[in-house]
Design a protein around this ligand. Structure first.
Ligand SMILES: Cc1cc2nc3c(=O)[nH]c(=O)nc-3n(C[C@H](O)[C@H](O)[C@H](O)COP(=O)(O)O)c2cc1C
Length: 363
């Protein structure tokens, strides 16, 4: 197996998966201006993929600058997970991650994401199915061998594989397996390291990311890093080879490394602190200088242009998803609220350029 996790620096600091946020343009920007040690896609629904929903292939766009890159999947149907794992491997991802931590009602309430904490037997079947999908891929199966994928859908997958700079699937001489990891929370209503986390470790994922909150907490309170340390202690006690990744409230690389060392995790993931901060994996502090603001504004425009370039030819294209990023970039600027009000009404990068220029933010 090509296991990129083993080659990461220790401790490593990576970009967490974030639905509606960590799309191809943001990942490209982050990897251009910063150095995350690994990066995740947004989560993608396996049942949707198995219904040939082509728009669900969009979150799986990436380019070579983003490696190592892990695709994250969510859902509740083991067979859909198996087929989706084959798809992820065919697209050339370095790893596949299973979401067992999303607290959103539409996800957890339907029995996926953190809803799986209440259904550990199904969680185990899903892990098994993803591992099976990866070994099916290694043994020569591809999307066209999956009963749920239409030939049109398979063509799109293959096209996307080649867009990512990879050789056509027919030309692959030797297929390698990819590591399977899991991202979860400490428990459902209360933390359950001895039950839920132990069960996951027994399933031997290559890595286990633990967000230090329960489903019930959603994003309230502080992430419980002492409990994350209990996960590390449990993994040691079990002689587990699974890498433990801590997550929750980390604001910078330095803070991440400090937290990792203190709580003895192999690495950490940063989520919200990367919003509007393309330097989060390198520089520690934001300055308030006008030069720095201009630099951020220029990156905001580049992000908007990249978003257009990536998605504008796609069906049902909308500029809307990039607007929140624009608002994040200009947080803390003088006149931020006026600029934000205008940016959130833009519909193209040209309009963004006009707004930012009007405030003297572009050179
Ligand atoms: C807008 C948003 C979207 C998210 N989407 C995902 C997701 O797709 N998959 C996932 O595992 N976690 C997701 N998360 C959770 C983050 O990956 C992370 O666990 C959480 O934000 C805590 O880390 P932080 O304090 O560094 O932000 C999301 C969080 C937010 C705020």
């Amino acid at each position: 197996m090509t296991n990129f996790w083993q080659n990461l620096p220790q401790p490593f600091v990576g970009m967490a998966p974030m639905d509606g946020v960590t799309d191809q343009p943001l990942r490209h920007i982050l990897c251009k201006y910063s150095s995350p040690d690994l990066i995740f896609t947004e989560f993608v629904n396996v049942e949707g993929l198995c219904h040939n929903a082509k728009q669900l292939l969009r979150p799986l766009l990436y380019d070579g600058s983003q490696r190592p890159i892990v695709a994250q999947l969510y859902g509740k149907t083991p067979e859909s997970f198996r087929q989706a794992a084959i798809l992820v491997a065919q697209l050339g991802f370095d790893g596949v991650d299973i979401n067992m931590g999303c607290p959103a009602k539409s996800v957890a309430g339907a029995g996926s994401g953190a809803g799986l904490i209440k259904n550990p037997q199904l969680a185990l079947q899903i892990i098994k199915a993803v591992k099976k999908g990866v070994s099916d891929w290694q043994n020569g199966l591809s999307c066209s061998d999956c009963t749920d994928f239409s030939s049109d859908f398979c063509k799109q997958v293959e096209k996307q594989r080649q867009q990512a700079g990879l050789q056509p699937i027919k030309e692959i001489k030797q297929r390698s397996s990819i590591p399977v990891s899991i991202k979860t929370r400490l428990g459902h209503d209360s933390k359950d390291v001895g039950g839920w986390i132990k069960l996951l470790l027994e399933a031997k994922p290559t890595a286990l990311t633990v967000h230090g909150r329960t489903l019930k907490q959603a994003y309230k309170g502080k992430a419980d890093w002492e409990a994350i340390f209990q996960v590390v202690a449990l993994a040691k006690e079990m002689n587990s080879d699974t890498l433990i990744v801590g997550n929750g409230d980390v604001q910078s690389r330095t803070e991440g490394i400090r937290a990792a060392q203190k709580h003895q995790v192999n690495g950490v993931l940063i989520g919200r602190a990367a919003q509007g901060n393309p330097f989060v994996f390198d520089k520690d502090t934001f300055t308030t200088s006008s030069t720095f603001h201009k630099q951020l504004a220029t990156i905001a425009l580049e992000h908007a242009q990249l978003f257009e370039e990536t998605f504008s030819t796609q069906e049902k294209y909308s500029f809307l998803p990039v607007r929140k990023h624009l608002a994040w970039y200009i947080k803390g600027f003088p006149q931020a609220s006026q600029i934000r009000q205008q940016l959130v009404q833009t519909n193209s990068s040209k309009e963004v350029e006009k707004v930012l220029s009007a405030y003297g933010l572009l050179n």
